[in-house]
Design a binder for this molecule. Structure first.
Ligand code: C2O
Ligand code: CU
Length: 464
């Protein structure tokens, strides 16, 4: 007889989450039994991995010696714990992108936590308040560490979610490899001063155009996270009816078809895909941005049709994000610009030594021991509206740590009142983002094109 101790339930749950399997019975029981869960060990290591035709790539970084960083599963409102063990030759941390954690758990070196040096560890523990798709990555020497592989997807489950016939999690990213399959220089300064330096090999779940089986006529929940350091995508689904059900970890107020939907680094897309009825039919998730459209991944219909209907799919529960009070909200002007001067600074925590970009005229690479003054000092519990203006000819996915905002209006397009942590602002766009400063501490705000972040487009709010 198998004895279900807490420990082996946790093991089962961990194994299930590594395999990317959804809420198992074990997972459910564990959540109830464990007030203080045993930490999931995320050990940063360097491995060889097969990413390109040319053969194995050396010095690929991951949190799992076996390959891609695991999909980390959490449950809404339930305690989660992870131990970061640093097995690489560089200080590191983990940031839980989009998860509204206490400040001490946010993973930004100097601002909220010390470096985790080689051989050391750091324990993270929090209860994710929101269900949805999020992701995790270091916040230290990020162009190198993320560029070499340290980007993983987080799924926060909600037991009240509608039931799908299958779920697929896709980690989208590129690699800057040369013809021999080895890493080449991580950026070119002239590109960093423009839209960023692109990777040369594109992958989904570290594979070139993987194919996944899904039940014919069934409903698939497809969660995709853009964890690349540079690339902006324009998503389309071919071969099936699909609708966007959530963006950046929050349900969309109105579902819509992903017709060249643009999302930038750091953003997440959740689709409900209704598989075709015919066995063997292929559905493709494509990026149609730019001159070289690309099939990212495909789904193949298997079995007898389940004959499901997208319209029968219930709605996702809204996350408990405080409603901004527009009547009392203070405005925060925020201008994104290119810098005239280009001071080469010391390289700390992977600063690139250039300053091409600025927020409110101040260039700051972030993650340095002597931060600039905060952008604004906010009062805990008060409402704010960020008036953000893009004075550059490039798009910037601007990410706010620790709090979620609501998109209120844009000068260039009709926007849904999406709740998000990352807004992809277009050239010459002005946008209003409303939020309640309900999380205490210092919270970064930066462009998620990492070269932009690291060459000046970073700042932070202080909430007291
Ligand atoms: Cu994805 Cu500052 O983070
Ligand atoms: Cu940018």
């Amino acid at each position: 007889m198998t004895i279900f101790t807490r420990r082996n339930l946790l093991k089962a749950a961990a194994a299930a989450s590594l395999a990317g399997i959804g809420a198992s019975a074990a997972g459910r029981l564990t959540g109830l039994a464990a007030a203080k869960p045993e930490p999931l060990v995320l050990k940063a290591v360097s491995i060889e991995a097969k990413l390109a035709e040319a053969g194995p790539t050396k010095n690929v970084l991951t949190y799992d010696a076996a390959g891609m960083p695991p999909v980390v599963r959490m449950r809404k409102g339930e305690p989660f714990a992870a131990r970061l063990v640093n097995g690489i030759d560089d200080p590191t941390t983990i940031h839980w992108h989009g998860v509204r954690v206490p400040n001490k758990m946010d993973g930004v070196p100097f601002l909220v936590q010390p470096y985790v040096y080689q051989g050391d560890h750091f324990d993270y523990a929090f209860s994710p308040p929101d269900a949805g798709t999020f992701w995790y990555h270091p916040h230290c020497n990020t162009l190198e560490q993320m560029g070499h592989g340290l980007t993983g997807v987080i799924v926060v489950e909600n037991p009240n979610d509608p039931v799908f016939d299958s779920e697929l999690v896709i980690n989208l990213r590129d690699w800057r490899l040369g013809d021999d399959g080895q890493f080449i220089e991580s950026f070119r300064p002239r590109d960093a001063a423009r839209s960023g330096t692109y990777g040369t090999v594109r992958t989904a779940n570290w594979l070139d155009q993987p194919q996944y089986d899904a039940p014919a006529g069934g409903l698939v929940r497809l969660r995709a996270a853009i964890t690349d350091v540079t690339r902006i995508y324009a998503f389309r689904v071919d071969g099936a009816e699909a609708s966007v059900i959530a963006l950046d970890g929050n349900p969309v107020p109105q579902r819509f078809a992903p017709d060249a939907l643009q999302l930038g680094p750091g953003q997440r897309l959740e689709l409900a895909v209704r598989m075709p009825d015919d066995e063997g039919a292929i559905v493709s998730l494509r990026d149609v941005r730019g001159t070289k459209p690309k099939v990212l991944a495909t789904l193949r219909a298997v079995g007898k049709s389940l004959k499901r209907d997208l319209r029968d799919l219930g709605s996702l529960e809204a996350n408990p994000v405080a409603e901004v009070d527009l009547a009392s909200a203070k405005r925060i002007p925020l201008a994104l610009s290119a810098t005239a001067e280009n001071v080469s600074a010391d390289s700390i925590c992977g600063s690139l030594g250039y300053s091409f970009w600025a927020i409110n005229k101040v260039p700051w690479p972030g993650d340095t021991p002597d931060p600039t003054a905060p952008l604004a000092e906010l009062k805990l519990g008060k409402s704010y509206v960020i008036d953000m203006e893009n004075l550059t000819p490039h798009s910037h996915p601007i990410h706010l740590h620790g709090m979620s905002f609501k998109v209120l209006s844009s000068s260039t397009r009709r926007v849904q009142p999406l709740v998000s942590d990352t807004y992809l602002i277009q050239p010459d766009e002005k946008v209003q983002l409303g939020f309640v400063a309900d999380n205490h501490g210092d919270w970064l705000l930066h462009c998620h094109i990492i070269e932009h972040q690291k060459t000046g487009m970073t700042s932070y709010f202080r909430v007291t």
